[in-house]
Design a protein around this ligand. Structure first.
Ligand code: CMC
Length: 355
C-alpha cells in the first residue's frame, strides 16, 4: 500500500498521489486531497461534505492552548512554536494512545484541523494582535489566510493558498515523512509522529528552504542583480536555495505549477518585481549549472512558493509552517500505512552510505 501513496518519476517530472496526477488534483479542495491521501481514494460529494464538516468542527483552540502560545518565545520561527504546541495538546487528546483505526482517524482529523489555527494564533500573538477564531464557512486555505490577516481573503490569494497546501501535501519518503514513519513504526502515537515530522521539516535543506528563498529575493532586490548573485554563489560553491532535488533530475512539477501561480499573482497585482527577480535567478542557474556544467539543478517546490509569499505579504517566519500545514496529511497517510505493518524500521549503519 505504501507504494501507491505517492509516485514520483524524477526523470520525467511526474508526481501522483494515490495514482492521480498532481495536475488533476490541483483544482480540488485541499480537504478532498487530504481525504484521498488518508483514505486511499477520492471522496464522493457526501463523503467530502462529512469530512470537511468534521475538520471544521475541530479547528478551534481553547484558552489553555492560547496560554501556551503566549508563553512561547514570540521572536522565533512559527515552526518552533508549532512543534511545542502540538506536543502540548497531545496530552489532552482522549485517544492519544488508542492506535485503533478509529482512534487514529479521530486524531488525524483533529491534527489536520488544528495545526493552521495554532500557526495563525502564534503569528498574531507574536505581532501583538488578538487571534482570529476560525470561520467554518471557509476552505482550509481561505480560513488560514483569514486567521492570519483578520480579513476575508482575496479570492485569488485564497485559491493559491489552497493549491499551496495541495502541492505540499505529500512527497513519498522525503526526510520528514521518513522521520514520522520511523516514529510510527515503534507504535508510538500519531502526535509524536507528527512532531517528528515537524522537527525534520524545519531544516534549511528541506522545508526551511522556502524562508531562505524569500531572504534571497530581498537580498537581490532587483532583476539586474540576479546574475551577479548566482555567479558569486557558484564561485563560492554555495547552494542556491530553492534549486536542486534528490529525486527530480528535471523540472519539479510542483515548481512548475507554483511558477504559473506566481506569474498570475504578479500580473493581477500589477507588480512583476519579485517574479522577474526569480525568473532571472532561474535563467542564470539553468544557464550556469544545467547548460554549462551539466548538473540537473532546477527550481524545486520552495522556489516560486517563496515568490508567492512575497506577493501575499506572508513573512519568512511562517513559510515552513505553511509547508507543514499541507504536509501533515501526507505524514498521516504514511503513519497509517506504517501502523498496519506493525514492524519497526531499523536500518543498519552501512545503509546510510547510500543516503
Ligand atoms: N545550488 C547549487 N548547486 C547545487 C544545488 C543548489 N541548490 N543543489 C545541488 N547542487 C550541486 C551540489 O553542489 C553538488 O555539486 P558537486 O557534485 O559539484 O559537489 C551536486 O549539485 C549534488 O548536490 P547534493 O547536495 O549532493 O544533492 P542532494 O541530492 O544531496 O541534495 C538538495 C538535494 C535539495 C538537498 C540540494 O539540491 C540542496 O541543498 N538544495 C538547496 C536547498 C533546497 O532548495 N532544499 C529544498 C529541497 S525540495 C523540498 C524539500 O524536500 O523539502
Amino acid at each position: 500500500m505504501s507504494k501507491n501513496i505517492c509516485f514520483i518519476d524524477g526523470l520525467e517530472g511526474i508526481l501522483k498521489y494515490r495514482d492521480v496526477d498532481i495536475n488533476e488534483l490541483i483544482d480540488l479542495p485541499y480537504d478532498a486531497v487530504s481525504y484521498l491521501l488518508i483514505r486511499g481514494e477520492l471522496p464522493g460529494k457526501q463523503e467530502l461534505a462529512e469530512y470537511s464538516a468534521r475538520l471544521h468542527a475541530e479547528r478551534g483552540i481553547n484558552r489553555e492552548v492560547m496560554d501556551i502560545i503566549r508563553m512561547c518565545n514570540l521572536n522565533i520561527d512559527a515552526m518552533e512554536a508549532l512543534r511545542t504546541v502540538v506536543s502540548f495538546i497531545s496530552q489532552f487528546d482522549p485517544d492519544l494512545n488508542d492506535n485503533s483505526q478509529e482512534g487514529n482517524m479521530r486524531k488525524a482529523i483533529r491534527l489536520i484541523a488544528v495545526v493552521p489555527t495554532i500557526v495563525a494564533a502564534y503569528y498574531r500573538t507574536a505581532n501583538g494582535k488578538e487571534p482570529v477564531p476560525p470561520d467554518p464557512s471557509l476552505s482550509h486555505g481561505a480560513n488560514f489566510l483569514y486567521m492570519i490577516k483578520g480579513i476575508k481573503p482575496d479570492p485569488l490569494e485564497a485559491e493559491i493558498m489552497e493549491k499551496d497546501f495541495i502541492l505540499s501535501a505529500e512527497h513519498e519518503l522525503n526526510a520528514s515523512t521518513f522521520s514520522s514513519r520511523v516514529t510510527a513504526s515503534t507504535l508510538s502515537d500519531l502526535y509524536s509522529a507528527v512532531v517528528s515530522g515537524l522537527c525534520t521539516l524545519k531544516g534549511p535543506l528541506h522545508g526551511g528552504a522556502r524562508a531562505e528563498v524569500m531572504t534571497m529575493l530581498e537580498e537581490i532586490a532587483s532583476p539586474e542583480n540576479a546574475e551577479m548573485y548566482v555567479l558569486e554563489k557558484i564561485k563560492k560553491r554555495e547552494k542556491i536555495m530553492g534549486f536542486g532535488h534528490r529525486v527530480y533530475k528535471t523540472y519539479d512539477p510542483r515548481g512548475t505549477i507554483f511558477k504559473q501561480l506566481s506569474r498570475r499573482l504578479a500580473e493581477v497585482k500589477g507588480d512583476m518585481r519579485w517574479y522577474s527577480i526569480a525568473e532571472e535567478i532561474e535563467n542564470n542557474v539553468i544557464r550556469e549549472l544545467v547548460e554549462k556544467r551539466g548538473k540537473p539543478i532546477y527550481p524545486n517546490i520552495d522556489f516560486y512558493s517563496g515568490v508567492i509569499y512575497k506577493y501575499m505579504e506572508i513573512p519568512p517566519q511562517l513559510a515552513t509552517s505553511i509547508f507543514a500545514i499541507g504536509r501533515i496529511s501526507g505524514w498521516i497517510a504514511h503513519c497509517f500505512d506504517q501502523y498496519e505493518k506493525k514492524r519497526i524500521i531499523r536500518p543498519r549503519i552501512f545503509m546510510l552510505d547510500e543516503c
